[in-house]
Design a protein around this ligand. Structure first.
Ligand SMILES: [Zn+2]
Length: 220
């Protein structure tokens, strides 16, 4: 548990250094033993979070250990842990470009970059939900069983994975991909990969990269 606390604090520092959050934004969590979750406390800048600051909560959101307030955004973390036994890490942040796209009608699932198709899969574009209410977790429900990257309508982004480190790398990828989309939309001259080439990429994904892509994560 102590090691996990250190790993989480390290991810918090990286999220802050990358400016994926401002002020008190965002929350990071990881599944600890016996289906408990370690999560950042509410109202603490991510760059200042120390290993001992994380709260231990159960899968229904009850505080088990630690001092501090549980964020209302813990609901979207718990949604992922409750729906997906293979998910052990969740990063929620407000990176500039991903959050920009989350407040547009731009189609983010376009065949533009092979890496994004493999690492992010089909990005969930969630409807806006009123902060602190169940509207926020409810907006993720249609995608929670398969997606790894979520754009939260007019709010921010969330990435999930088997480890909190990989969830963080997915956030880095989502942000850089969003920046590329932003540039391409500005230029107005984008060139997409053909459907045939996308199919080919999917067909070699497992044998070449060891990435098994669920049908629901394919954009074509
Ligand atoms: Zn947020």
């Amino acid at each position: 548990m102590q090691t996990l606390r250190k790993r989480l604090a390290d991810i918090c520092r990286r999220v802050a250094e990358k400016e994926f959050v401002s002020a008190y934004d965002g929350n990071i969590s990881a599944r600890a033993e016996e289906n408990k979750v370690l999560i950042t406390p509410s109202g603490k800048p991510k760059g200042e979070v120390k290993p001992e600051d994380f709260l231990l909560i159960d899968l229904s959101g009850r505080l088990l250990e630690g001092e501090g307030k549980i964020s209302t955004e813990s609901k979207i973390h718990l949604l992922a842990y409750n729906h997906r036994p293979e998910i052990n890490g969740v990063v929620h942040a407000h990176p500039i470009y991903a959050t920009t796209l989350a407040a547009t009608n731009i189609d983010v699932n376009q065949p533009l970059f092979a890496e994004a198709l493999l690492i992010l899969g089909k990005i969930a574009k969630c409807e806006y939900g009123t902060p602190s209410t169940d509207e926020v977790p409810d907006s993720l429900l249609p995608y929670i069983d398969y997606a790894f990257a979520f754009l939260l309508g007019n709010h921010g982004a969330m990435t999930i994975s088997g480890t909190v480190e990989d969830a963080y790398y997915k956030m880095e990828k989502l942000e850089s991909y969003s920046r590329l989309i932003f540039n391409l939309e500005l230029l107005g001259k984008k060139k997409t990969i053909s459907a045939e080439k996308v199919e080919r990429l999917y067909s070699i994904a497992e044998s070449t990269y060891g990435i098994k892509i669920d049908e629901r994560n394919k954009i074509i």
